[in-house]
Design a protein around this ligand. Structure first.
Ligand code: NAD
Ligand code: UD1
Length: 336
């Protein structure tokens, strides 16, 4: 049985779906601060399989103790956390509390229960501002511009030290690039609360008429067309990468993987591709640069291919088609 923390969220729900389809039994814990129980119910409908859901917080040690004593858990996928960069700048302590203290509580509860296999949701942001592209796992972690990024780096360090100190642990750090898209059914997807911070949910809300127009943050970067370039990958590819990464847990040690396509796409290219694939017109304007944005970064994803047999299979058109399918079927997300 696999414990999935944050399994009612965007990436967690897609991972739960792929785990069920691969024959795993799943227990989800989530405090629903940014997730939806409805996503779990829909995953059950899509897969025709059951998910055990327990409402609770990863910082609550008594709750974790109860979970590990009640279920025969073999490994953990740890998605639970806070992820809004600008909010992390205004509420740093909250971010360190959930992302760092929450992870420590989880590790302690796992230790007590004798469970030492975990896959962690890290981020390309840990390479820091000065790294050269493409990002390779062998590069040292860099300095983060914000508490969100710093919290991911701290947790990676904690896991690195733990793996060094206790050779029973098997730990996989997955560094995601920019996950977008939705399951092909269009029944689960990304459902941001309030104004989206990230590009793809903003574009799809403009497309569906919830927002008037997209502001492209800067068109004077040293890139192909002056707008920033990122490595967008389909969330279902990312979820499949999680399932494959479980194979690494058989051998103790610490393993780090980039999960991306290796192909940078600019903001302008994304807007034009969205219009073409979804056959909608998107209003947009060029605005000022956003603080903390890097001009361009993308993954060297060859290590995941070599050791996990993982490679992103879905192209940009599929990412856009599936985003649009989810957004148009559920214009107001899970509350539609
Ligand atoms: P999300 O907010 O949709 O999912 C996170 C889930 O964790 C939510 O369901 C939320 O309710 C839950 N949660 C938050 N705090 C909790 C707590 N204290 N106890 C229990 N549950 C809690 O985010 P997501 O996009 O699915 O991201 C999942 C993970 O991947 C996060 O750790 C995030 O930092 C990481 N990540 C995301 C991206 C991205 O672009 N979405 C990129 C890199 C890394
Ligand atoms: C952001 C976070 C990063 C996090 C990642 C995935 C910042 C500075 N970085 O990265 O830490 O790991 O999300 O969750 O927030 N854009 C617009 N208009 C918009 C929204 C975005 O032009 O309304 C542009 C951005 O300037 C950027 C690109 O689109 O160039 C992608 O933005 P976003 O989706 O926020 O991802 P990242 O910037 O890669």
């Amino acid at each position: 049985m696999i414990l999935v923390t944050g399994g009612a969220g965007y990436i967690g729900s897609h991972a739960v779906l792929e785990l069920l389809n691969s024959g795993y039994e799943v227990v989800v814990i989530d405090n629903l601060s940014n997730g939806a129980l409805e996503s779990i119910e829909r995953v059950e409908r899509i897969t025709n399989k059951k998910v055990i859901f327990e409402h609770g917080d990863i910082r609550d040690s008594a709750f974790l103790k109860y979970i590990f004593s009640k279920y025969a858990i073999l490994s953990v996928m740890h998605f639970a956390g806070l992820k809004a960069v600008s909010e992390s700048v205004s509420s740093p302590l909250q971010y360190y509390d959930v992302n760092v203290t929450g992870t420590l509580e989880l590790i302690k509860a796992m230790s007590t229960a004798g469970i030492n296999k975990i896959v962690f949701s890290s981020s390309a942001t840990v390479y820091g501002e000065a790294a050269t592209v493409p990002y390779v796992e062998s590069m040292p972690r860099g300095q983060s511009a914000n508490p969100y990024g710093a919290s991911k780096g701290m947790v990676e360090q904690i896991f690195t030290d733990l793996a060094r100190a206790d050779e029973r642990w098997s730990i996989v750090l997955l560094r995601y690039f920019n996950p977008i898209g939705a399951h092909e059914s269009g029944d689960i997807g990304e459902d941001p609360k309030g104004v989206p911070n990230n590009l793809m949910p903003y574009i799809s809300q403009v497309a569906v008429g919830i927002r008037e127009k997209l502001t492209i943050f800067g068109n004077d970067y040293p890139t192909r067309d002056g707008t920033c370039e990122r490595d967008y990958l389909h969330v279902s590819d990312l979820a499949e990468g999680h399932v494959l990464s479980l194979s690494m847990l058989k051998t103790p040690g610490l393993y780090t993987f980039n999960l991306g396509t290796g192909k940078p796409i600019s903001v302008l290219e994304m807007v034009l591709a969205f219009q073409r694939v979804a056959k909608v017109e998107l209003k947009y304007e060029f605005g000022k640069r956003r603080d903390g944005d890097l001009p361009a970064f993308w993954a060297d994803a060859s290590k995941a291919k070599e050791l996990l047999g993982w490679e992103a299979k879905r192209d940009l058109a599929a990412m856009i088609k599936d985003t649009w399918n989810w957004q148009s079927k559920n214009p107001n997300g899970y509350n539609s």
